[in-house]
Write a protein of this length. Structure first.
Length: 330
């Protein structure tokens, strides 16, 4: 156990959640897989130190609770605080989309996979906006696939620590602060965010656009640059229409729409969703098609396990509603 670890395997939180293993340590918290002694299921336990200056778990709990019942959202199982840490317990999901992309041979997804997962992400973004919050850290590692046969084809939105309420009590858009501190992740941040402007609904959609480009091409032009100002300048100079050559023609309208939005504007989610659906239909992409990580790599040797997988894939193609066990579970 490293000194910074707030828990170790075997610890039991609130007489109910027994820690199994650490699965992540992000910028603000630690994530553990734990066993729920009550439901007998494995769950995700996210903690932040009570001493940490930047406390974000309260916001995480607020947003997660408000999102309950919406699609693409983990189930909230509990939360609390003690003298050492704040914690939240939620359903456990599978691999995040950053890991899945990096595990691809060419570090990118096919257009079929990219469009179908991005359409799900757009739905998730619309959901968080519908409850009056911005996510403000839309990036591949904040989306994970379900881990069970029943949900392994569904994308789940994670990490509401940087969320912010953008509506006031009347439901109208809050007045923008003249200057706001930068929030988010440099690679996927909108140009507005780089300029420390108050973020709005369109900024989450800009991050989705950058994610989609990275899914399809495997990279963004500023991938190697760490400095926030330098990346901001590069984004400002970059002719974003260059990205369109990698995307179906419908995405010209997608880009034009997000470019047209101002701080108070409500995005036309229906238009954006229809562009995904049109491009998916025009390319005859079927919802039942396997995602890239569910397929075998071409050079993989046929082993008894991969033969089993092949049979499952064939069955999956025949039974589109029957999810398969994804390859990494075999
Ligand atoms: N419910 C969950 N089920 C499975 N894995 C999860 C879950 N929540 C988080 N993780 C994993 O832990 C990683 C970090 O989680 P999260 O983004 O919530 O924490 P964070 O401390 O805010 O991290 P970061 O600062 O990197 O965004 C995720 O990318 C994901 O791989």
């Amino acid at each position: 156990m490293s000194e910074a670890d707030l828990l170790q395997p075997g610890n039991v939180v609130r007489d109910r959640w027994k820690v199994l293993t650490k699965i992540g340590g992000g910028g603000f918290g630690q994530i553990y897989e734990a066993f729920d002694l009550l439901t007998k299921e494995n769950v995700a336990l996210k903690l932040e130190s009570a001493k940490q200056p930047k406390q974000v778990l309260k916001m995480e709990v607020t947003v997660l609770r408000r999102l309950q019942g919406k699609d693409h959202v983990c189930k909230f199982l509990g939360g609390g605080t003690n003298e050492m840490y704040n914690y939240v317990v939620m359903t456990l999901q599978g691999k995040n989309l950053a890991e899945l992309r990096r595990s691809q041979t060419r570090q990118c997804f096919s257009l079929s996979t990219s469009l179908r997962i991005s359409a799900q992400i757009l739905d998730a973004i619309e959901s968080i906006h519908s409850i009056g919050f911005l996510h403000r850290d839309i990036k591949p590692s904040n989306f994970a696939m379900g881990r069970l046969p029943s949900n392994c084809r569904k994308v789940y939105m994670l990490d509401f620590g940087l969320a912010r309420k953008y509506t006031n009590a009347e439901g109208t858009v809050r007045a923008a602060r003249p200057q706001a501190g930068f929030r988010g992740t440099v690679r996927y941040a909108s140009i507005n965010a780089h300029k420390n402007k108050e973020m709005s609904r369109h900024d989450d959609l800009w991050s989705l656009f950058y994610m989609l480009i990275e899914f399809v091409t495997g990279q963004l032009p500023w991938r190697r640059i760490k400095d926030k100002e330098q990346v901001g300048q590069m984004k400002e100079k970059y002719d974003h229409s260059t990205f369109l050559k990698n995307l179906p023609s419908e995405f010209k309208q997608f880009l034009e729409h997000i470019q047209s939005l101002d701080y108070v504007d409500k995005p036309n989610y229906e238009l954006l969703k229809s562009l995904f659906h049109q491009s998916i239909a025009r390319r005859s992409i079927k919802e039942s098609e396997l995602f890239d990580w569910e397929k075998e790599t071409e050079d993989e040797v046929i082993t008894p396990n991969s033969a089993v997988l092949q049979t499952q894939q064939q069955q999956q193609q025949k039974e589109p509603t029957q999810p398969i066990v994804s390859s990494f579970e075999l």
